[in-house]
Write a protein that binds this ligand. Structure first.
Ligand SMILES: Cc1cc2nc3c(=O)[nH]c(=O)nc-3n(C[C@H](O)[C@H](O)[C@H](O)COP(=O)(O)O)c2cc1C
Length: 282
């Protein structure tokens, strides 16, 4: 193993350099909405990414997570179809907009002001004049008329089907018991394992996107995913992700968003008691 520190470097400088690298990786972690490069993932990269999951903390080192790798083309296509069908169902039902409307932003001014949410910053020219109306509580019907659900469904289907790896993320039901502390502990642990996966993947040039549509559609669509992953009785499928090498030249999805903005530290950290403004001393 080559040493990363020059022989003359002080321990403080070495530490700072490691922190700088770590923060750079954390700051640059992103969701990849676009298509990935059309090539499979190197096995060594897949292994590195999944080993990174195991370094996450878990209560009593229980490591309650399991991962299922879906790479066969036929099965990825099947999951793509489920994602596309789910998108159509979710859009047509209309409750998606109502539930998440508070997170939709339509201009940079809005994102700068709130520091959160997703900025819908890419859509066909024909839809642009109606953007704010479309993504409103009443816009669902117009969206259906303009066939927006179909546009989104085709995009979702292709995005999922063409991803080299779909990752099923599971938890042991011995730990993941709703309403019990171990349920909360195991979900926290899984979140940390997923973050390890995500940042290691991004550092390797591998993009990650959460596939929540089948669970948003619920019922039959999610059940189809569960059947494909086929967990035993004592494990529960929690989520699906798609992974692949990022492609800087990839076209953005027809309707797309970005969300790089973050809240200022003074708005989410408090001094001693909640709500008491904290001003970091430099
Ligand atoms: C629990 C959870 C669910 C998410 N669901 C989706 C999703 O369905 N589709 C998607 O593209 N991103 C999804 N995301 C990603 C977020 O939209 C994203 O992390 C956020 O907008 C910040 O953007 P960034 O990841 O690029 O920093 C999800 C993230 C989390 C933690």
């Amino acid at each position: 193993m080559p040493s990363i520190a020059p022989a003359t470097e002080s321990p403080d400088t070495t530490r700072q350099r490691k922190v700088d690298v770590l923060l750079d990786v954390l700051r640059n972690r992103r969701t990849t909405n676009a298509h990935f490069a059309n090539r499979p993932l190197d096995e060594s990269h897949v292994r590195t990414i999944l080993e990174a999951a195991s370094y996450a903390p878990s209560h009593f080192n229980s490591q309650p997570w399991r991962f299922v790798l879906v790479r066969s083309e036929a099965r990825r296509k099947e999951l793509g179809k489920i994602a596309g069908d789910s998108m159509k169902l979710v859009m047509q039902k209309g409750n998606f907009w109502k539930r998440y409307l508070k997170y939709f932003r339509f201009s940079k001014e809005e994102t700068d002001k709130s520091g959160d949410g997703i900025h819908i910053d890419n859509m066909p020219l024909i839809l642009r004049p109606f953007i704010q109306y479309l993504f409103s509580e009443k816009g669902g019907e117009v969206m259906n008329k303009l066939r927006v659900p179909y546009i989104l469904a085709i995009d979702s289907k292709k995005l999922v089907a063409s991803s080299p790896l779909i990752l099923g993320v599971l938890l042991s039901k011995e730990e993941y018991k709703k309403g019990e502390l171990s349920g909360m502990y195991s979900m926290l642990a899984l979140g940390m394992a997923i973050e390890n996966i995500w940042i290691t993947a991004n550092a390797l040039g591998v993009g990650v996107q959460f596939i929540s549509l089948p669970m948003e559609a619920g019922g039959e669509q999610w059940q189809k995913c569960v059947e494909m992953i086929a967990p035993p009785e004592n494990f529960e499928l929690i989520a699906l992700f798609r992974l692949g090498y990022t492609d800087p030249g990839a076209k953005r999805p027809t309707i797309d968003w970005s969300s790089n903005q973050r809240k200022d530290i003074s708005t989410y950290c408090f001094d001693e008691t909640f709500g008491n403004g904290w001003v970091p001393k430099s």
